[in-house]
Design a protein around this ligand. Structure first.
Ligand code: GDP
Ligand code: MG
Length: 604
């Protein structure tokens, strides 16, 4: 297929606005899947996505579509993730696109991620095809939403398409518009082969599979490719396209999106954002793409060092399927040899850890998540030793003594919030509590307000999104992106159990919030740690100063003792809970701490 008849695009939308449903309808219409498959796929996808609240694995599809001119066009639909944690990651998928379908729910209207994704597309100079979805719903307000699109993005109302992805109405018009308004890829087929790796995942039998976008030339079976990042050479095993099922092809040409397998073994070899080319050729980097930067870091350690190798291999496989996670070796006096992982947000981290447990049977120790702080040292000896005077630190346990630090910096985000006006007061109060500074506030229409806030990243990673949702009965939406560093004042908060510091719970916090967080943490720990045979003193300290303390009294009797002769099922349940509890306990001297405590204690 000639380049002029290729279109590369993705669908961007706020979560639940119908992106997956529209993608399925497009696949059905073009015969890539049958109606039944469509239903299955929708169900399967939804189940996984609903359970975890995010698109776990991007689905990309190459579609052949016969346009009015009776010519067959190749449409490459490139998927983007749909959760607030991942809004920065949308850029990665857009690197292979020339345009986007901006899909907006005609009932709920423009939401925070609609705005954020629109701006990402505009930054890349992509053509935007505006589409309203769910027009079958009785209380849909397409006219109002079209007005919002005009007001916020200067979109011409005449260009807005209206569809029902659920009922399959208006889908053809969308594809026709994609062909008419999105330009073909700007690529040269006569030049040396060059491609961008923009996604990768792990296959048990074939190793890493790389999704590539070809910028120049052709790739054929039997050729050898080289990685620009590692300079390693690989013979191609398979070349295929996703329709969305994998179909082998003999070759791929510039403008196309395809999948290659070439015996790359792990995440160090298969690098998203890397350029590949034919062995020993010299080409320029395909690098109009910078990889996603993780924002939240946590240490991960095997429960005992005999599990080290198994955990490493489980993590490696997980990372191949989730390349946004970064990995560094880490070690700790208390926890031994382990790793420091970087995530896009707390949800991303929770999903990763949950899958590690479920799919790989790993039960690692995970430390309190932290953002990356930047410190400027004032101790000449340390500066000399480090060879620099600034340090980026995401591991609270590695924070130098305050006397060695001249300045502290913390990462900020630019947040976008869209809310019905009646919740504005409470939302502003929440943002102030989280040290947010308002940048702008505009009325989208009579009922809704769009606000932007600069917020410290550390204040939003844990529970900001949940709080916002519950304050607004689910109506407010939020999206954020990186906004650099600013000068701040930090302290290290340590938690001691019976005088012994618990490294997993050590945190860096803003100085003005230390006492509040200290009280909250000890209070929560008192609830989360079960009573035991010994009395437990919980203390939160900054340096040698104790900011808060609580005590958990020791048991006097066996839990079930007073139930003897009583309700048998109740007793069984208690015993079962105890047994289950035992599996996932972390020991501190003689104190048992349930595994999930380490994450739960951080949620407000
Ligand atoms: P995504 O999060 O953007 O991928 O959204 P989904 O495709 O998962 O859709 C979210 C929900 O909206 C699902 O319950 C769909 O069945 C529903 N939905 C999607 N499109 C339509 C539509 O055109 N009309 C109606 N009534 N519901 C729709
Ligand atoms: Mg979806």
């Amino acid at each position: 297929i000639p380049v002029e008849r290729i279109r590369n695009f993705s669908i961007i939308a706020h979560v639940d606005h119908g992106k997956s449903t529209l993608a399925d309808r497009i696949l059905e219409l073009t015969g890539a899947i049958t109606k039944q498959e469509g239903q299955h796929q929708v169900l399967d996808n939804l189940q996984v996505e609903r359970e975890r609240g995010i698109t776990v694995k991007a689905q990309t599809a190459s579609i052949f579509y016969k346009y009015k001119d009776q010519q067959t066009y190749l449409l490459n639909l490139i998927d983007t993730p749909g959760h607030v944690d991942f809004s920065n990651e949308v850029s990665r998928s857009l690197a292979a696109c020339d345009g986007v379908i901006l899909l907006v729910d005609a009932c709920h209207g423009v939401q925070a991620q609609t705005v954020a994704n629109y701006h990402l597309a505009k930054q890349r100079n992509l053509i935007v095809v505006p589409v309203l979805n769910k027009i079958d719903i009785k209380h849909a307000q397409p006219e109002k939403v079209i007005q919002d699109l005009q007001f916020l993005f200067q979109i011409d109302p005449k260009t807005v398409l209206q569809v029902s992805a659920k009922l399959g109405l208006g889908i053809k018009e969308v594809l026709n518009r994609v062909i008419e308004s999105i330009p073909p890829p700007q690529v040269q087929r006569e030049q040396e082969f060059r491609a961008l790796i923009f996604d990768s995942w792990f296959d048990k039998y074939r190793g890493a599979l790389n999704l590539i976008y070809i910028l120049n030339g052709h790739l054929e079976q039997g050729q050898e490719i080289q990685s620009m990042a590692t300079k390693k050479i690989y013979p191609l095993k398979t070349i295929s396209i996703l329709r969305p099922k994998e179909c082998d092809v003999k070759s791929l040409s510039a403008g196309q999106v395809g999948l290659i397998a070439c015996n790359m073994r792990n995440s160090k070899e298969s690098i998203i954002g890397d350029t590949i080319y034919l062995k020993n050729q010299i080409v320029q980097s395909a690098g109009n793409y910078t990889p996603q930067k993780p924002l939240v870091f946590a240490g991960i350690f095997p429960v005992d060092q005999s599990k080290h190798v198994a955990l490493r291999s489980a993590i490696d496989k997980m990372i191949l399927n989730d390349s946004a996670v970064t990995l560094m070796v880490d070690s700790s006096p208390a926890l031994g040899q382990g790793w420091r992982l970087g995530f896009l947000g707390l949800l991303h981290m929770e999903v990763f850890c949950q899958r590690l447990e479920q799919e790989h049977n790993a039960e690692p120790i995970i430390t309190a998540p932290s953002v990356t702080y930047r410190i400027v040292l004032n101790n000449p000896r340390m500066i000399k030793q480090m060879g620099k005077n600034t340090l980026d630190i995401s591991n609270a346990a590695l924070f130098p003594e305050p006397s060695n630090i001249k300045e502290y910096y913390e990462p900020l985000v630019m947040g976008t919030i869209i809310t019905p006006s009646e919740y504005v007061g409470q939302i502003i109060a929440l943002c102030i509590d989280r040290r947010g500074v308002q940048q702008s506030s505009i009325n989208i229409d009579e009922t809704r307000i769009l606000m932007t806030y600069v917020l410290p990243l550390s204040e939003i990673i844990l529970d900001f999104h949940d709080r916002l949702k519950s304050l607004s009965s689910g109506y407010a939406s939020f999206s954020y992106e990186d906004h650099g560093y600013h000068l701040t004042n930090l302290v290290r908060l340590d938690i001691h159990l019976n005088g012994r510091p618990v490294e997993e719970l050590c945190r860096i916090v803003h100085a003005t919030k230390a006492t509040g967080i200290a009280r909250q943490m000890v209070h929560k720990l008192k609830d989360l740690i079960p009573r035991q045979m010994v009395q437990i003193a919980i203390q939160a300290c900054v340096g040698s100063k104790v900011l808060a303390r609580e005590t958990i009294k020791a048991y006097r009797k066996d839990v079930t003792a007073k139930l003897y002769g009583g309700d048998v099922t109740r007793r069984m349940k208690l015993l079962r809970q105890q047994a289950e509890g035992k599996k996932k306990m972390r020991m501190f001297a003689n104190i048992r701490v349930p595994h999930e405590t380490f994450i739960n204690v951080l949620k407000r």
